[in-house]
Design a protein around this ligand. Structure first.
Ligand SMILES: Cc1ncc(COP(=O)(O)O)c(C=O)c1O
Length: 262
């Protein structure tokens, strides 16, 4: 909700207050609670906000009217076919978004990235594109990126160019607790390619939780990450987060929210 509120502010859209947003989400879940599939299925929530002012000439003005709704959809096991390490193209030219708009959750960012992703799929059989404009590693089209090598977990800091992922935050917290040195700093494609063969790389996001990257595709080369499979740190962090999400493990950080009736 905080991310949505921040995104709405960047888009100059009015948004309901936090209490109303929370209530809308709880009401939406309560309305379909009997249809939520059992874990590892889930109920996907997509609160949505868009401008609706009927004014064809208002291209340079914010919309004075908005519509807000919460879309709910049952989703199956994202990994029903097994957890296959991804092939990820590293693109050191294209931008996923603009420097300050990368932290905004808005449809335009996905539309902008889509062409690169589809091209990488067609030409290289890649699953995703890791955007690294100017040689600085950012994130993929719909997930944050982490590298683990030695005792360090490395990921880009939240500087406005990447989406502040909730899963990223959870994984960094669990990694710190597990004894990894978490470095939120800028790093280059060169450092990534040098360290990846000895380490682990993964994408983090709501749907993917933590999905290993097995191969990086760059400049006509295929670089195997670790042994190409899921590394021990990745497997452990993923399992821990899933256990908290599904209620199997304790929730010391208060990440689970009890459903309110109204
Ligand atoms: C561009 C982008 N980065 C990162 C994420 C991961 O964010 P979260 O962990 O909050 O799902 C998403 C997914 O929402 C995304 O679309």
């Amino acid at each position: 909700m905080e991310r949505m509120t921040n995104s709405a502010a960047q888009l100059l859209l009015e948004i309901p207050d936090r209490e109303t947003l929370d209530r809308a989400l709880h009401m939406a879940v309560a309305a379909v609670v009997d249809e939520i599939p059992h874990y590892p299925g889930a109920l996907y929530l997509r609160p949505t906000l868009f401008g609706t002012e009927e004014d064809i000439g208002a291209a340079a003005r914010p919309s004075s009217k908005v519509r807000f709704y919460v879309l709910t959809s049952p989703v199956g096991d994202y990994f029903a076919g097994g957890l296959k390490p991804l092939r990820v193209k590293v693109d050191d030219q294209a931008m996923r978004s603009t420097p300050n708009f990368g932290a905004v959750k808005t449809g335009g960012n996905y539309a902008a990235a889509m062409r690169q992703v589809v091209r990488a799929q067609r030409e290289l059989g890649a699953d995703q594109v890791l955007f690294a404009p100017g040689g600085e590693v950012q994130e993929t089209g719909a997930a944050n990126f982490i590298l683990i090598e030695g005792d360090e977990l490395l990921t880009k800091p939240l500087d406005g160019s990447i989406l502040p992922g909730v899963t990223r935050d959870c994984i960094l917290t669990l990694a710190r607790e597990a004894g990894l040195k978490v470095s939120e700093r800028n790093f280059t494609v060169e450092e990534l390619l040098e360290r990846a063969p000895r380490g682990e790389a993964a994408l983090t996001g709501t749907a993917a939780v933590l999905t290993p990257v097995g191969t990086l595709l760059y400049g006509g080369r295929e670089i195997t990450v670790g042994d190409g499979g899921m590394g021990a740190w990745s497997a452990g962090l993923r399992e821990q987060l899933c256990a908290i999400q599904s209620g199997v493990a304790e929730d010391p950080h208060g990440w689970r929210v009890p459903l309110r009736a109204t």
